[in-house]
Design a protein around this ligand. Structure first.
Ligand code: AHG
Ligand code: MN
Ligand code: MN
Ligand code: MN
Length: 336
């Protein structure tokens, strides 16, 4: 645990100096995203007193009814990021298509994707929620910016992270040199480094899945969970514990802190073998964080970050966390 007082700003400056992984524009982008998260955190904390709870009268492109905070968080992220000159465009779970930075502002070289408010079903019951983000570089061979510019594999990300609004507000970040964690110091108004080089243990006795969907799963996922449930007497020879928060951000945070395997598998009700979670602003950033922490992330068969997206709001099955468990479950699937 880092004891010295290193702010996010100092961390980013030092990373920039040390290995050049964070060019100036990217540093500005990450600072701005962190500032937006601070502001979302304030809104979340006010809850009913700020009039931010409950449902808005609208539906997003996923066919989900939007919560007021889904829309507020989306607006906060856009307003914070559009004027700084670091971005060409943004994409979000809550917007049908991409948001190109308006002409009145300079265009930057980065693309920002976000799930502005993850865990919407937990907003009104005061359970941890968060913001997930992913940063790509705009391909420089194309003039202007199109949706196609966003359709890059997760392995092309240049930064990814999330901010969790829980008992503490915590920002977790990677730029490809490990995973660092920053806790919001509300008195200072700054994110302070509280953990560096986060590592996920390769083995675990804990899994996270929505068990109510079990009857719809494919055989390999059923087999894996059945074996966990069989405990000491079963083929795994150990008892497993289960956790399901229903905010990906909170379930992944737990896994980064103490290991575990998280899955949202494809189930038979969904066409096209897609899962529930979104590839570009949920699965990719979380997969990179998990891999950077020594874990693994697949869709059951392939590494998530190798998948070539075919559309902005593409969905994907997700298995991520402790390496040996992810490899075991992936091994239960037939190879492609
Ligand atoms: P979002 O609130 O951004 O739409 O994401 C919700 C996702 C994810 O956070 C979570 O893991 C999952 O949905 C929970 O799904 P169930 O309600 O089916 O358990
Ligand atoms: Mn949603
Ligand atoms: Mn989400
Ligand atoms: Mn969301």
């Amino acid at each position: 645990m880092a004891q010295s007082k290193i702010s996010l700003t100092r961390y980013l400056v030092e990373q920039q100096r040390a290995d050049g992984l964070i060019p100036g524009q990217l540093r500005l982008l990450l600072e701005v995203v962190a500032r937006a998260c601070k502001s979302i955190s304030q809104a979340v904390n006010k809850g009913a007193l700020g009039g931010v709870l409950g449902t808005a009268e609208s539906e997003n492109v996923q066919g989900e009814i939007q919560k007021k905070l889904d829309i507020i968080a989306n607006e906060v992220l856009i307003e914070a990021n559009e004027w700084g000159g670091h971005l060409a465009a943004m994409a979000s779970e809550e917007m049908d298509s991409i948001y190109v930075v308006p002409n009145r502002y300079p265009q930057g070289e980065y693309l920002l994707l976000f799930d502005p408010l993850d865990g919407s079903s937990n907003i009104d019951v005061n359970v941890s929620i968060g913001t997930i983000f992913s940063v790509l570089k705009k391909p420089d061979d194309t003039p202007g910016v199109q949706e196609g510019d966003f359709l890059q594999a997760g392995s092309k990300q240049v930064a990814a992270g999330y901010c969790i609004y829980g008992p503490q507000t915590t920002l977790v970040l990677t730029v490809g040199a490990g995973v660092a964690m920053f806790t919001l110091d509300r008195e200072q108004g700054s994110f302070m480094l509280t953990q560096e080089d986060i590592q996920i243990p390769a083995d675990t006795k804990e899994f996270a899945v929505n068990m109510s969907n079990m009857r719809h799963w494919d055989a390999p996922v059923k087999r894996y969970i059945d074996e966990c449930l069989a405990g000491k007497e079963g083929p795994r020879g150990k008892d497993f514990n289960m956790r399901w928060i229903a905010s990906m951000v909170a379930d992944v945070h737990r896994i980064l802190m103490r290991g575990g395997v998280f899955m949202y598998p494809w189930d038979k009700r969904e066409p096209e073998k897609a899962g529930k979670l979104r590839l570009m602003y949920e699965a990719n950033p979380m997969s990179w964080l998990v891999e950077q922490a020594g874990g693994a992330a697949t869709n059951g068969r392939q590494r998530i970050m190798d998948l070539q997206p075919s559309k902005l709001h593409e969905r994907v099955a997700v298995v991520l966390g402790s390496k040996n468990e992810v490899e075991r479950l992936t091994g239960y699937h037939d190879p492609l």
